[in-house]
Design a protein around this ligand. Sequence first.
Ligand SMILES: [Zn+2]
Length: 321
Amino acid sequence: MAQNTSPLWQVTHNGVTTGKGLVATRKIPKGTLIIEDMPLIKFDTRIPSAEYDDDNSKFFRQERKGQANIIQKAVSGLSEEDRTKFRDLHNRKESVGDQRVDDISIAENNAFDFDKNGTKWLSVLTVISRVNHSCAPTAYVTAFNTVDGVNLGRTKLIASKDIDVNEEITCEYSFRRPWLDVFSERQRECWRGWCFVCVCRACHEDERPRVLREWGQMRDMIRDILAPMPAPGNKKALSERVEDAEVLMNNLAKWGFSDRRVANLYARLAELNDRAGRYQEAYNAALEGLYIEGNYYDHDEPDAINERLSAVLAKAHSKLV
Ligand SMILES: [Zn+2]
């Protein structure tokens, strides 16, 4: 049978959280690369990364005051065609009629940030910037840091769970806030960062009691699983911990959490299995974690989680052959 090569997504108003968004044109299995996108524009905010993380509205305040006109310069450097694509990202209802201010709003609402040489850079992508936020997403975007900067801003959108045909493709916007945050904290972050009230499936009023309960339990489990490991001889404690970790990973997968923060938990699951002498399970968990980690790096950048996963994988492999 011929492979279907048409895009897995379409940009539409229908069945999306807000404005235009992406929906799946067919079933997308978890782990699928949905699209790889290049930045339409990217620019250096010239604000140190740490400072930017503390107050991400500072840059846009400065731009509105016309202090450096970084966005304006980036937009005027675009080709006619790309400028149209950029301005098409705007929600017309929000237009204030001043093109300079509208361009700043487009950048503020659609940019992804990444670090380079100690300062924060922003990039606006043609397709991925259209993906709406959900606190319980169906996909994740990869981080943007590369060692040599050649691929700077190249971004992948990957399914974090099985996505149904016509289901919206969403991602979580903020990687800075603590994971599985409570409702009020998530809302504050969405408002502070992107000026919207989240109405995703986890924030929906009918869902809220269940989310509070389930996510509260998951937070407790994460804390327990990351606590110091039981001694190798303590078989009972070890097997309980492994069981809990497996339940947690299944719950996280169900909610669509499969981004980089999950790799840390896979590392722990792999280590627990290794300590319990369950080498096949250790191998599988390490491989899953490395797969997620691998999506974040185009180069062999040394990374603590990567090293832990690789160590377990190598050991488990030697035990299994
Ligand atoms: Zn939400």
